[in-house]
Write a protein of this length. Structure first.
Length: 204
């Protein structure tokens, strides 16, 4: 699973993690941010009259840039901007919802516990400091606070142990599977880490 796509005939272009590099023009569909490399290549797909020098957007989520051979400096700038756009697009489209143990009713809390225990639902879980981030295959990541759990008199280690005992819950133990460029791009948006882990490991 990918969060962006580069359409190119060049084998020398290195792309960011989670970006698909392909020459298959049938994958130009706009479902994810897509960059076509090469003005002539873009013209062969969209028609010469639709590839405008002052407008790099071809259609929804689809953009073009020059190849290195055509205009190397422009390519390098556009390519860097595209990678940043892919990350920002992912951050916008991957929603985060905090589940407060203080603000939700008892019935909703019980429902949430059943969700955590449910072995029919695959979940990727990332624990960072006082927060637990849970991704389960949609565009939504749910977060809970270990601080709230402790305030209510519940042992946080028991909660974590209960989560880990469920074989359908995959724990993200570290962020080494992400490159520095991805980590610096997401900054403090830690909720996307279990989302990216799931994509990296083909869990969904």
């Amino acid at each position: 699973m990918y969060i962006g796509r580069v359409i190119t005939n060049s084998k020398k272009i290195e792309v960011l993690d989670f970006i698909d590099k392909t020459a298959d023009v049938s994958k130009v569909n706009g479902d994810i941010p897509t960059l076509i490399v090469g003005k002539s290549f873009a013209e062969s797909i969209y028609g010469k009259e639709n590839v405008r020098i002052l407008d790099k957007k071809l259609s929804k989520n689809v953009y073009w840039t020059y190849s290195k051979a055509e205009k190397r400096n422009v390519f390098e700038t556009d390519f860097s901007d595209f990678e940043k756009y892919v990350i920002s697009y992912m951050l916008r489209t991957t929603k985060y919802q905090f589940f407060s143990l203080f603000r939700n009713s008892l019935s909703r809390k019980k429902g949430f516990i059943r969700f955590l225990d449910d072995r029919s639902i695959k979940k990727t879980i990332y624990i960072r400091e006082n927060h637990i981030y849970i991704y389960y295959g949609s565009d939504l990541v749910i977060g809970i606070s270990l601080g709230e759990i402790e305030y209510l008199g519940i042992n946080r280690e028991k909660v974590i142990k209960r989560i880990l005992e469920n074989p359908s819950n995959a724990l993200v133990s570290n962020t080494k599977f992400l490159s520095y460029r991805i980590l610096s791009g997401i900054n403090t948006s830690y909720h996307v880490i279990p989302y990216l882990y799931a994509k990296k490991n083909g869990i969904f």
